[in-house]
Design a protein around this ligand. Sequence first.
Ligand SMILES: [Zn+2]
Length: 512
Amino acid sequence: MTGKQSQKDQAASRGALYRLHRPQTFAEVAGQDAVVGALRQAVASDRAGHAYLFTGPRGTGKTSTARILAKALNCPKRKQGEPCGRCDVCTAIERGSFLDLIEIDAASNRGIDEIRELRGGVAIAPTSGQRKVYLIDEVHMLTKEAWGALLKTLEEPPSFVTFILATTEPGKVPATISSRCQRFDFRPATPQALTDRLAAVAKVEKLAVEPEALEVVARAARGSFRDALSMLDTLAATGGKISAATAREALGIAGGGHLDALEQALTARDLAAALAAVDAAAHAGVAADVFRIALVERLRGRLHALAAGQDGVWQADDLVRALKLLLAAGDWTKDSPLPELPLELVLVEFIGTSDAGAVAPDAPSKPPAVTADPAPVQPSVAPEKPAQKPAAFSGTKPAGPPPKNAQEAKSIPRNAQELWEKLLTATKDRYSLSVCLQKTRPVGLKGSELSLSVQSEFFLQKLDAQATREAVETELKQLAGKDLALKLQLAEPSEDLFEDALKTFEGAEVQQ
Ligand SMILES: [Zn+2]
């Protein structure tokens, strides 16, 4: 359990530099000149809109810019649209204690309750500022009912209210909503903008860093300020001067040899060894997402070597498939109940389905259709494409095959089956949770307990982890209208409910 604990601590401390060094004025927002210029101008000329939609990959400054806009709209001492940064309003927003800035994280509060509350509160005039600002982050995660309620509010907003909706997936925002918003697209940061920002932060933090080390980090961060600063955090924790070699070692050979072990396991299609390498890296203090990025860097290097005719270990299509899965997993980290889960799911998907002969034709979790696009991987644009998500896991239908025979169908209570199907549909956009739930089958619904049979020890452990269990039980409460506890049991080996491909996985020793 200590491994899990240290991973949790790691996740908690990760991103500290990003939070500490959020830009506080429009001028400080790096790499988004067009967006911030337009916003500042709108505030300066008193023509700010009532509803904004901020889109762009994670870590590009959407939330920070939204907070700056809230400041600019409320700061009594603003100059040419730029907040002063010193008055009560500006400092309260920086501390997160300004009553007229209401932030809702739709990734964790997806529901109707929050939006109803919002609708109730929206008519009440601002308490201390001039404008009440509602910031809804990850807005694409809202439920259908919540969208309906939000739309009613957007149709007739009180004159003193500004809505800022932020999303990494604008394609999932209903047109009725987006058409009522002014849209601003945030671009992935250029390596130069990332290097500059890292250098500025390193200077303030008095970190001794070789300029070349910053370039290594900037390249690995693929357009995300958050990723760049979280990697700098990891490097700073090692103490001493950060050289390019240290950076490469920490990011590229994360945790000393664990990356070698992981790569070896991947080429050998050894799932148990791959998961053990992830666990060992976590024990060594490498955050799961940093380890994932390190693997991306490693495999990119392999791809380039292969293109130059040098590498004999990897096949090109395997490399492309692994890279696409790894890059897509970057978008799942935010809504993953467990930090290590996205990387682990990539490994399960890659190794579990790469043995083509083991996949039944009607297997519910068929390999993602990555071969359809053999174009060279462009890491900097990958997070923008929702289509990168493997098709296998994004279907709206429950993934499982129908029960094998009539007797079995009869043994599953109808209400359990229905609730389970609703649960799969409700969680289908939360990739890592969705994948875990697809590895379950309903067993029964008794009193306040939903029993699920889980395909393998690995998924049982993941669903049984407190964070996952809470996420599932929160969904269940929304769906059933009452508290429901989750009861998990390992499926009998004879239960032929799951695809053969994951048989490989049944034998895997998962070390936690
Ligand atoms: Zn101010």
